[in-house]
Design a binder for this molecule. Structure first.
Ligand code: PMP
Length: 338
């Protein structure tokens, strides 16, 4: 059993779990990388540590400094754990679309939370990205982590997530599946796996059906933290620099309903309580694996825990309200005439 001198040592090194029940009847084995077992509860701990270390190295973050970031919550948690531990002030700008539990966790770790809308054109001064940028300019010694364009984000996965998967599968991995938010996870992990396998690993993006990454129209969707949408009336057509399009061979486009119901099955059937973006990723991995053989090996990444979404994905009322759950059948005793 591990003994750590610092919580930072409990970032990375996450286990793989075979999805035996969800993958029943599918020839290709599917393994899930459980990123919710990182100390801060998500894959973003890796990027947060990597970005802070790079900023310290580059002199952008100095003692007494302030870390600022626009974050769906998970990056903020990673930044809070690592940043507060090193004596920095941490300010997280959270989208008003984000689950409430995420902000509560940020505050618990000692981060300050600023909430701002993201359903505005990105040029709008009140848009989350502009609020966060202003704070960084106004606070002396403030540094904007900028996970969307920070090369230390994909690098974290090039250095850690990719090598872990290669080692854990003994080099047998043939397909890697992950959602795309900033693109850091899929780009870094995918680039490493392609490099080490001489191009033999196929990288598949798991995308909400409406997201523009996979070719959707950018209309709203429910799954948080992944995908990309273009707001009407804006010219926001720039991809994040953390996202390397050439690493992704293709996308599986998953409707909200399939993502959410798959997340619920993961908890009930596999004992893995993961968030909605994990549902999207596993749904994509299962679709993919159905077309593969026993010599293939699929690894799918589960970014965070379902505990942050108990009032949404794991609430029957919430699902029913949005039409994702059919009313329970009347399955009382059926009497059949002989
Ligand atoms: N799922 C969840 C729950 C996340 O918080 C994130 C990061 N925003 C992602 C998926 C996507 O990861 P990445 O930013 O590395 O593409």
């Amino acid at each position: 059993m591990a003994v750590h001198e610092s919580v930072v040592d409990a970032i990375g090194g996450t286990p793989l779990f075979r999805l035996a029940r969800l993958g029943a009847g599918i020839a290709a084995p599917v393994y899930a990388k459980a990123e919710f077992l990182n100390i801060g509860g998500s894959v973003k701990d890796r990027a947060a540590l990597s970005m802070i270390e790079a900023a310290e190295r580059d002199g952008l973050l100095r003692p007494g400094g302030t870390i600022v970031e626009a974050t769906s919550g998970n990056t903020g948690i990673g930044l809070a754990i690592v940043g507060r531990g090193r004596g920095y002030r941490v300010i997280a700008g959270v989208s008003d679309r984000s689950a409430r539990e995420k902000s509560d966790i940020l505050r618990a770790y000692g981060a300050e939370v600023v909430t701002a809308p993201t359903a505005l054109p990105v040029e709008h001064p009140d848009h989350l990205f502009n609020v966060v940028r202003r704070l960084t300019e106004e606070i002396p010694g403030a540094w904007l982590a900028n996970q969307y364009d920070n090369p230390a984000n994909p690098e974290a996965h090039l250095r850690t997530t990719g090598p872990e998967i290669w080692e854990q599968t003994g080099g047998r991995v043939t397909h890697f599946v992950a959602g795309v938010g900033t693109g850091g996870t899929i780009s870094g992990t995918g680039a490493f796996l392609k490099q080490v396998s001489g191009g033999a690993v196929t990288v598949v993006g798991a995308d909400p059906e409406a997201s523009v990454y996979g070719g959707g129209d950018g209309s709203p969707y429910f799954v948080e933290s992944i995908g990309h949408f273009v707001h009407p009336g804006t010219a926001e057509d720039r991809w994040p620099e953390s996202y390397r399009r050439e690493v992704v061979d293709r996308f599986e486009r998953i409707p909200d309903r399939e993502s959410l119901l798959t997340a619920r099955r993961l908890a009930r059937e596999e004992g893995l309580l993961a968030g909605p973006s994990s549902g999207t990723a596993v749904a994509a991995a299962l679709r993919l694996a159905r077309g593969l053989g026993p010599e293939d090996l699929v690894v799918v990444l589960l970014p965070d825990s379902g505990r942050s979404y108990l009032s949404k994905v794991f609430s029957d009322d919430w699902l029913r309200r949005w039409g994702f759950l059919e009313e329970p059948q009347d399955d009382g005793p059926t009497v059949r005439a002989a």
